[in-house]
Design a binder for this molecule. Structure first.
Ligand code: DLL
Length: 437
């Protein structure tokens, strides 16, 4: 496959930048007005900052607007941030979060159309088109993954298999028997599918499957290498969040080097999470989005807590919409161990760089005598568990060094047999924190 087999579906992806900025500015003015007129919280925040919609005289004036954070959604649960009457809302989704009430998000008919369109553009960006057979293993339900991908796949003209998550043996049967050419699921679940297919004697390399649209959780380029080596697919990174729309905020193209943001609908900024000031392109910071066209639930400068940078070099694919680096981590995922800030993705990258490891791991934090302990459990191929004890020890040391070099702390490494670590059907849980809070 080469890039020329990828067909553009939206001129918006290729607009001259000046024109794109004009579209964004026009939409920004409208959305700020809509938010101000219809949502008490936005009006209050803007009044407190002495900003009115009339102050938005250029796209850069976006930086005058107050931020929105996740707790704003919780505090206004369930419908307090809606800018449309419920009568115009045709869909609700919710994201459970780890504690308390979920956050609820809403869509008008036009919002669903926008979402469908960005998903069509996403699939096209991965070289999919009419005639493709897409197995959609994102969960259907309140989670946005299932229905978001579903509508896009249908509109693209592909054949969509709405299998949802779970029931792994059936997934593999369908993958094989239905001639599936693309699969949508979390990268961790796809790893599980690869493994199970092997056990069932099915070599995924012999199937017509050629693309994976993987997202909803952080994953590293090392993980992509593992996935692509075990299959004949290109593994594309898709990003999104319920608050902004769901999947389809951004996705990689053929070049797999950064995610193009559909910035005619979702305006990206990167800020320093401490100072809240914008950071220069190329520097990492917190990703902030303003929705430029959503009616039911506009979001003004929503702080995602996801860490990325804006890549401002042109992409060889010709799209003019900007790219962000892959989201390697969210600020909430960070844990502090003996004073050192650690992200699970750093550990993932270190582990997978060592030959002999399997891409299944978990991080367990405990506390003994007031001191935090970290144990990294990683599965290794079963040969290591025969009687080659020396091999096992060497491998353990290599992993331990790799982790120490990457993260700067010494972690206990426990090598475990294949299948020991629980498999996820959706978003993987990488860290078990047993420290007393
Ligand atoms: O996970 C939407 C989605 C569904 C995206 C299917 C892609 C595919 P939420 O459940 O609201 O929505 O979770 C959003 O998941 O803020 C990120 O922290 C994380 N996330 C999503 N995609 C990626 C990705 C969906 N490609 C939260 N890489 C976001 C890293 C991701 N993290």
């Amino acid at each position: 496959m080469n890039q020329h087999q990828f067909h553009p579906v939206s001129a918006m992806d290729y607009l001259p930048v000046e024109q794109l900025r004009q579209v964004q500015f026009k939409r920004l003015k409208q959305i700020v007005q809509r938010a101000y007129d219809n949502v008490a919280l936005f009006r209050k925040r803007m009044d407190e900052s002495h900003i009115s919609p009339d102050n938005i005289r250029a796209l850069e004036d976006i930086s005058l607007l107050p931020f929105t954070v996740k707790s704003d959604l919780r505090d206004t649960y369930p419908f307090g941030l809606f800018a449309s009457s419920l009568r115009d809302v045709v869909r609700l989704h919710a994201s459970s979060g780890t504690t308390g009430k979920p956050i609820v998000v809403a869509y008008t008919k036009d919002d669903v159309k926008v979402w469908t369109q960005v998903m069509v553009r996403s699939f096209a960006s991965c070289g999919l088109h009419e005639g493709d057979i897409i197995q959609n293993a994102y969960g259907y339900g309140l989670f946005t993954g299932g229905l978001g991908a579903h509508y896009g796949a249908e509109e693209l003209g592909a054949t969509v298999i709405p299998i949802s998550g779970g029931n792994t043996d059936r997934q593999i049967m369908v993958l094989k028997d239905f001639g599936v050419t693309a699969i949508c699921c979390t990268p961790s679940y796809f790893l599980h599918l690869i493994e199970r297919a092997g056990e069932m004697g099915i070599d995924l390399k012999t199937l017509p499957l050629r693309a994976g649209i993987f997202g909803a959780e952080p994953w590293t380029s090392e993980m992509r290498d593992r996935i692509q080596a075990a299959t004949n697919i290109r593994a594309y990174d898709i990003y999104g969040l319920s608050e902004i729309i769901g999947p389809g905020v951004g996705i990689e193209c053929f070049h797999q080097d950064g995610l193009h943001i559909f910035e005619d609908h979702f305006y990206p900024e990167i800020i320093d999470p401490q100072t809240l000031k914008p950071v220069p392109d190329g520097n990492e910071g917190e990703l902030v989005f303003t929705t430029l066209s959503k009616h039911a639930m506009p979001m003004i400068r929503y702080r995602t807590r996801d860490i990325a940078s804006i890549m401002n070099q042109p992409c060889p694919c010709g799209r003019t919409i900007r790219r962000i680096s892959r989201i390697s981590r969210r600020s909430d995922d960070m844990f502090i161990i003996r004073g050192v800030n650690v992200f699970p993705s750093q550990i993932e990258a270190a582990l997978l760089a060592v030959e002999g490891t399997l891409p299944h791991y978990q991080i367990v934090l405990t506390s003994a005598k007031g001191l935090d302990q970290i144990e990294v459990q990683v599965e290794v191929t079963s040969e290591f568990f025969s009687d080659k004890i020396r091999g096992l020890e060497t491998l353990q040391q290599r992993i331990s060094h790799a982790v120490e070099n990457t993260v700067g702390i010494r972690a206990a490494v426990r090598l475990v047999e294949p299948h020991t670590i629980q498999r996820s059907e959706g978003k993987a849980k990488r860290v078990i924190d047993n420290r007393r809070k």
